[in-house]
Design a protein around this ligand. Structure first.
Ligand SMILES: C[S@@+](CC[C@H](N)C(=O)[O-])C[C@H]1O[C@@H](n2cnc3c(N)ncnc32)[C@H](O)[C@@H]1O
Length: 325
């Protein structure tokens, strides 16, 4: 009997791409030059000010965890949400390198008031108005959340990952999950499985089970919608090489800057709320023995930083924290 999965359009197109050799880890297409010192730019400004200062195709990864106009806080109100989002989404597409990736956080369940937006609205908009390719819709499944009586209590959010082109960077090996010893031994005996893949570990799939930060989490720095470091780390590792430039347009708690330092990426992050710099200083205080980095509050020559200590020394206004080597 024919395998019905073969009729699934998603599976079919993946099969065609695989045959044409177009699904690849693509880690070999991006120069990966881990820097000695990374440059971390932290700006208090509107996301459009940052984007408009960036040259075309200059960035490897853009993270967007935007407001959804649902009054979570006073930053969460926009009168025409989609029109507003369409402006920064167009700019994101412009600044991404051909190997670049866009990550959009959100939920599908937020559209509850006129004018509010949700991830569905943005996905629909991008499908119609951009050439970005949806690579995965990741389900972030968490065990903790609020209870509900009139519907099933929500335990997931979505993370949409778009590639700028089919050349998007993806390093699966950097985020594989190791099998436990028993399973590994069992799988190594299974002739249908590739031993090298078994040794490297499993693909974490597009369902990620990671807890949300609880109210008492040590990671918390005070921002109401702070994302867990583990989530950001997996995205940075898989979608950007060490030494590349990443952007977070809605920096919030500063978690992206913190993970960028730890994972040796350069970052350009902004939030229009000045409180984010306070949150960021709390993030940096939590770092123990981080790789060396330069923190700057001006864009300056951030995108020309070669990643060398010399480049870091010549950076403009800055604060250097060099860790014990
Ligand atoms: C959902 S939160 C981001 C949380 C962040 N991802 C984290 O894990 O900490 C959205 C953030 O967007 C900021 N924001 C709202 N409108 C903005 C704009 N036009 N430009 C820059 N930041 C904006 C808010 O101040 C808020 O901190």
């Amino acid at each position: 009997m024919a395998n019905r999965a073969h009729r699934n359009p998603g599976h079919r197109s993946m099969h065609v791409l695989r045959k044409r050799g177009k699904t690849h880890r693509s880690t070999d297409r991006v120069p990966t030059a881990p820097s000695e010192v990374t440059r971390q730019v932290a700006l208090v400004c509107d996301c459009l000010s940052l984007l408009r200062a960036l040259p075309d195709k200059s960035v490897q990864l853009v993270l967007c965890d935007p407001p959804y106009n649902i009054n979570v806080a006073d930053w969460d109100t926009y009168s025409d949400y989609v029109s507003w989002a369409s402006i920064w989404l167009r700019e994101v597409e412009r600044v991404l390198a051909d190997t670049g990736n866009l990550v959009l956080f959100g939920g599908l369940q937020y559209q509850n008031e006129a004018g509010s937006g949700d991830l569905l609205t943005l996905l629909h908009h991008l499908r119609q108005h951009s050439a970005l390719r949806l690579v995965n819709l990741i389900v972030w499944n968490y065990p903790n959340g609020v209870s509900a009586q009139r519907f099933f209590a929500n335990r997931h959010e979505e993370i949409a990952w778009f590639g700028k082109t089919s050349m998007y960077y993806f390093d699966l090996d950097s985020v594989r999950e190791p099998y436990d010893a028993n399973r590994r031994a069992l799988y190594l005996k299974d002739k249908r499985l590739r031993p090298d893949s078994v040794i490297k570990g499993r693909n974490p799939t597009n369902v990620w089970q990671l807890p949300r930060l609880s109210g008492h989490s040590k990671e918390r720095v005070g921002h109401p919608t702070q994302k867990p470091a583990a989530l950001i780390r997996r995205l940075l590792r898989a979608l950007s090489p060490p030494g590349s430039h990443i952007v977070d347009l809605f920096a919030g708690s500063g978690i992206t800057t913190r993970v960028a330092i730890e994972e040796r990426r350069h970052s350009l992050c902004c939030d229009r709320d000045p409180m984010w710099k306070t949150y960021l200083s709390r993030q940096l205080a939590q770092l123990t023995a981080p790789p060396p980095y330069v923190l700057s509050d001006a864009l300056g020559d951030a995108l020309t930083v070669s990643g060398t200590a010399e480049a870091a020394r010549t950076a403009g206004r800055r604060r250097t924290r060099t860790t014990s080597q």
